[in-house]
Design a protein around this ligand. Sequence first.
Ligand SMILES: *Cc1c(COP(=O)(O)O)cnc(C)c1O
Length: 360
Amino acid sequence: MEKIFFTPGPAQLYPTVQKHLLEALNQNLGSISHRGKQFQGIFAETTSNLKSLLGIPEGFNIYFTGSATEIWEKSLSSCAGKSSFHFVNGSFSKKYFEFSKDLGLTAHKAEAPMGEGFDISKIEIPSEVEMICCTQNETSTGVQMPVADIHSLKDRYSDKLVFVDAVSSIPHPVFDWSKVDSVLFSVQKAFGMPAGLGVWIVNQKTIDIAKALKAQGHKATPYHNLLSLVENGAKNETPATPNTLYIYLLGKIVADMLGKGVENIRKETSQKANLIYDFCAKSEMFDPFVKHLAHRSETVVVANTKAPAAGIIESLKKENIVLGAGYGTYKDSQVRIANFPALSVENVELMLEKLKKLPA
Ligand SMILES: *Cc1c(COP(=O)(O)O)cnc(C)c1O
C-alpha cells in the first residue's frame, strides 16, 4: 500500500509529480543544453507561473539555486555589507542568524523561547542593520510570524531590506509585495517536490543594494551571488548548470495549483489545519505546542505527546501514515504534522482516524 507522508520536508509529493516527471524524461530534459531556447522557455514559464500563483507584481524577479540554505548564504553575502537582524525562535531561524556571524557580519537578533513568537511592536532594530531576516514559518517549532507583523517592519524600517524565509508555508501566506523585498523557499515542503531546488524572489531595491555594495568593493560569494543570478537570469538562464528537470517540474506543479486556484488551496489548508488543531485540543494524548493562536502555523502543526513520540510514529507507520518526529531535543516528546497542499482533506481525516484509534 502507498504511504502518506505528513513529514514537514521532504514531504508528500504533489499528486501530479510522477506524470510530469515522466513527461520531462520523454522530452529529454535531463540532456538538453541550459544555454538554449528550450531551457530559456522552461525558465520563463516557471517564473511566470510562480508570479501568477503568488500575485507577484512587475519589478520582482525569480532566481533558482540548489536549496533554501544556499539562499540564506547568498542573500547575506550579496545584500549586507555590515549587519543583519534576525528573528530567532527555532532551529531554522537560528541557522540563518549563524550564517551571518560566519560570514563576518554583525548579526543582531530578537530571540523567543521555543514554541513562541514575537511581540513585534516591542522590538527595536538597530540603525546599522541593512537587512531584516524573518522566518515566516519556523518548521522546527510550528510557530508562524503573522504576515501583518512582517509588513509592519517595512512600515517602521523602510530603509532596510525585509527578507522572508517562507520555505515551509508558501503559497499559504498572502504577502503584500510592497512590504517585502525578498522571499525565499525550496520545493520539498509545500510544493510537494523532491528536494534539490531553491527559489529566490527579489525586488529591484534588493538588486540595487547588491550593486551598490559591489561598487564599494564588497565581495560576494563567487559560486552564486545575487548579481550573478541577475546577470544570467536576464537571459532566462542560471550561472551554473541547473536542475532543469525540477525547474520544469515546478512550473508544471504551479500550473496545476493555478488550475485548482490558489484561494481554494489556501482555504483547504486552513480547513485541514483546523481539523488537526481541534483534534489535538480534544485529545488526551496530544497538546498543541504553540499556545498563542495567532502564532500557530497552519502548514506545520507541532504537538506535544503524552506517550513517547517514537511509539506513536511507529504505530502510524504500520498504517502507512508517516508523521514527522519532533525537532532536535523534542524528538521524543513531540510529533510534527505537515499540512501541505499535496495532502487532501481525506488524507488528513484518515490520519486523524488512525490517531484516535491509538491506545491511550
Ligand atoms: C527546510 C527549511 C529550510 C532549508 O531548506 P533547504 O532546501 O533544505 O535548504 C530553511 N528554512 C526553513 C524554514 C525550512 O523549513
